[in-house]
Design a binder for this molecule. Structure first.
Ligand SMILES: Cc1cc2nc3c(=O)[nH]c(=O)nc-3n(C[C@H](O)[C@H](O)[C@H](O)COP(=O)(O)OP(=O)(O)OC[C@H]3O[C@@H](n4cnc5c(N)ncnc54)[C@H](O)[C@@H]3O)c2cc1C
Length: 438
């Protein structure tokens, strides 16, 4: 596939192969004649490997897989995986309403390693625009492509006060499972009240890395808050809502996103209940000495490395006081951020950015830019500000991929016509100025 002499120009080069670009790759492979190659830096497929911990489950249903929502007969569906792996009947008997992250990750890897348009061990280092095509430099050769699809994901967010201390004692949650850990006799603090914080807290509580001396779970949120998975909330994760969202005023978009935080960033009811029951069993049934503290409403403001361990300051939003804590190990489940990918450095001046430096995006997930309209740059997981809360989630990935492919092929390869949603978000019939005045 290597094209050092630029003899062949790809129709599409994908940068990064997480689930989102993998969905584009799978649909292209099974439904089009496009000449595409998706470059992935890793040697093989892996999905947030540092957070693939024991007893961690998906927040989304397994039918929201790479392809099913737009092509239910596709060979890369989760159901095809179950049949291929000869576990279909046992899967049904297990009555899983939500599946483990291990199983979804195995399904993603099963797909990725069947696709001939995915190239591993190929990190994209730089991309230049020639005026007619993109020159893609990887650690594994150079390639030429007419269009791009950027799917490089996000990077761990580390609070400033923790940055000087990053080490095997202070690290981001994404690193959790990547090396051997021993917390025996240590004072452990988990910072962050989202799903990753909850998953790590429960594993530390259960002694996965040895019996800790103490365990603090500190969160800025006002309590350990549940994921909002109610029926009508799920309407936010439909193409119909995205279509409505696209037409909203930017300030309304932002207030909608802020108001919907717990629809994607809360902790599943199942995980919260598992934690609550474990705490009840240990401290109210077995009457263990209290070695665990739950500390919501706190924002970490300072971390100091002292001879006896780390001293941590946090601001308590309830008492309005600055509190003091101590720990030997600090795990930062503080989320992810989206810097511009390094490989886009030379293209960046050609992109249209808004006043906050965010990508200008068309409804079809194309970045608005100054290059030729014949050369398109698509991006996945990059437009929450423009497309709404579903953008960083798996729920609509197949639909988004189909929309990208339809746009690329300039025809309706997939039928993605929206139907009327359950909720009428905006009513077309308006009160006229005249009627308002009367
Ligand atoms: C622990 C965890 C669990 C989650 N669970 C759910 C869930 O249950 N339901 C849900 O809806 N959402 C979930 N999400 C949110 C979201 O679905 C995932 O983060 C998802 O992995 C995002 O996919 P992605 O393809 O954008 O990025 P990633 O999965 O981060 O993949 C990006 C890939 O790009 C590669 N890459 C980066 N730069 C380059 C480069 N220059 N060249 C080549 N390759 C490169 C990386 O190696 C990586 O493999 C979860 C997120 C996390 C962190």
């Amino acid at each position: 596939m290597e094209m050092n002499h630029h003899k062949q120009c790809l129709d599409l080069a994908g940068v990064g192969v997480g689930p989102f670009n993998l969905s584009v790759a799978a649909l292209i492979d099974s439904k089009t004649e496009l000449n595409a190659c998706f470059f992935e830096g890793r040697e093989s497929f892996s999905w947030h490997p540092g957070l693939l911990l024991d007893n961690t489950n998906m927040q989304t249903m397994f039918l929201k897989d790479l392809v099913t929502a737009v092509d239910p007969q596709n060979p890369y569906s989760f159901l095809s995986y179950l049949v291929d792996q000869k576990k279909f009947y046992r899967f049904l008997s297990a009555e899983l309403s939500c599946i483990s992250r291990h199983e979804f990750s195995d399904y993603l890897a099963w797909t990725a390693h069947q696709l001939s348009n995915v190239m591993f061990s190929s990190r994209v280092e730089n991309i230049e625009y020639t005026g007619e095509a993109f020159e893609i430099e990887t650690n594994n050769g150079s390639y030429l492509a007419k269009n791009l699809c950027i799917g490089t994901g996000k990077v761990p967010f580390i609070p400033d006060c923790a940055k000087p201390h990053i080490s095997d004692k202070v690290f981001h949650a994404a690193e959790m499972g990547l090396r051997d850990r021993d917390f025996t006799g240590k004072r452990v603090m988990v910072v962050g009240g989202g799903q990753s914080g909850a998953d790590i807290f429960l594993n530390v509580l259960n002694g996965k890395w040895g019996k800790a001396k103490s365990l603090d779970w500190l969160s800025r949120r006002s309590n350990f808050q549940p994921l909002d998975e109610a029926a009508f909330t799920n309407e936010f994760f439909t193409p119909e809502y995205v279509e409505t969202f696209l037409d909203l005023d930017p300030s309304v978009k932002q207030s909608e996103i802020d108001a919907q935080k717990l629809t994607s960033d809360g902790v599943t009811q199942a995980a919260l209940l598992a934690i609550y029951r474990e705490l009840y069993y240990r401290f109210d049934v077995l009457k263990e000495d209290k070695w665990v503290r739950l500390l919501p409403h706190r924002t970490v403001s300072a971390v100091d490395n002292q001879p006896g361990g780390f001293s941590i300051q946090s601001h308590n939003a309830l008492s309005q006081q600055v509190e003091a804590h101590e720990a030997d190990i600090i795990i930062l489940a503080t989320g992810f951020s989206s810097p511009y990918p390094q490989c886009l450095k030379s293209i960046l001046p050609l992109l249209e950015l808004d006043e906050k430096g965010r990508y200008g995006m068309t409804p079809n997930f194309e970045l608005k830019w100054k290059g030729s309209a014949d050369n398109k740059i698509f991006a996945v997981n990059a437009g929450m500000h423009s497309h709404g809360i579903a953008e960083p989630q798996l729920s609509l990935m197949a639909w988004r991929s189909a929309r990208i492919i339809n746009q690329l092929c300039q025809k309706s390869v997939f039928d993605i016509e929206s139907d009327k949603g359950m909720i009428e978000w905006v009513t077309e019939r308006l009160v006229t100025e005249y009627a308002k005045a009367s």
